[in-house]
Design a protein around this ligand. Structure first.
Ligand SMILES: [Cu+2]
Length: 142
């Protein structure tokens, strides 16, 4: 089954504002690089597997500013979002450069591991560990 860790930034890391950084994630038990056009082909076909039964898909990262730690974040508002469409690199990582960094504040970064056509991955049993990872980090003024 699919499982993910965010390697950077780590939980509780402190980054400098408006400074580029690279988000690094690693997911196991998925074949990455399967990504269709989210504008024209969103959810257009069911999850697909390779000949070994592994899900063919991709991931996403989404970064949201935390205004109130006791309330759900508004899913329509995000500070950074990227589909990770390429195959994992030689380190097994999916990465993306946040090219302008972020303004000062508290943030939550989560992965959203998905099938080929962007739906969340489906797995064979209900009781399991999460397919995704989230971290919370702080961006401070220079
Ligand atoms: Cu997607």
């Amino acid at each position: 089954m699919v499982s993910t860790v965010i390697r950077f930034p780590k939980n509780n890391d402190v980054l400098k504002e408006n400074t580029p950084f690279t988000i690094r994630t690693k997911t196991i038990n998925i074949v990455t690089g399967f990504f269709d056009d989210p504008l024209k082909q969103y959810y257009i076909f069911p999850q697909t597997l390779n000949s070994k039964g592994l899900i063919q898909g991709h991931s996403h990262v989404t970064v949201q500013k935390i205004q109130d730690e006791n309330e759900p974040l508004d899913p329509e508002i995000f500070a950074f979002f990227k589909g990770l469409n390429d195959p994992a690199d030689a380190n097994g990582e999916l990465t993306v450069l946040v090219d302008n960094g972020l303004p000062a504040g508290k943030y939550r970064l989560c992965t959203m591991v998905s099938s080929f056509a962007h739906q969340p991955v489906l797995m064979p049993v209900a009781q399991r560990g999460s397919q995704d990872d989230c971290v919370r980090f702080t961006v401070v003024k220079k």
